[in-house]
Write a new protein. Structure first.
Length: 153
């Protein structure tokens, strides 16, 4: 993969302070450059994604990390809104949640999540999972945003 000086724009939608801190730490240790944007509820996330209510200049994320259990608009509703919108539906959405319920896994994939990951309980394992996510989705996968960038050049 070619060296790309552009920052990876990552949107973390998570309400758990501890998980936010662990994710920030894992991304700070990343070997690639990234901007981690954090929204703590579904309504804030949708405002950010749809560039409204003070978020008009928000960066379009390359990847969304989404918790399902959020205050206000929950993660399922956020996922559905993303995948129903022709402007942002191609953004990969990685469900990163504590729920192991079969119903949640199936519903997330039915709503077109790109993958579903259950958060490990251990902080060390959680950080390892986040590093694997970043390595795969930024270093290996060809993201739609990279294609758009080449087309506009």
């Amino acid at each position: 993969m070619e060296d790309n000086p552009r920052l990876a724009e990552i949107l973390l939608i998570e309400d758990n302070e501890g998980d936010i801190e662990l994710t920030k730490e894992a991304f700070e240790e990343a070997k690639f450059r990234n901007n981690l944007h954090i929204k703590m509820d579904g309504d804030e996330a949708l405002d950010y994604l749809f560039k409204r209510n003070g978020n008009e200049d928000a960066a379009t994320p390359d990847i969304v990390l989404l918790d399902l259990n959020l205050p206000g608009t929950d993660g399922r509703e956020v996922l559905e809104a993303i995948k129903e919108n022709s402007q942002i539906r191609r953004i990969p959405v990685i469900v990163l949640t504590s729920s192991q319920a079969d119903k949640d896994v199936l519903e997330s994939y039915d709503l077109h999540a790109n993958c579903y990951i259950v958060k490990p309980v251990s902080a060390v394992k959680f950080m390892k999972v986040v590093r694997h996510v970043e390595n795969f989705w930024v270093d290996i996968v060809c993201l739609p945003s990279a294609v758009y960038q080449r087309e506009s050049s």
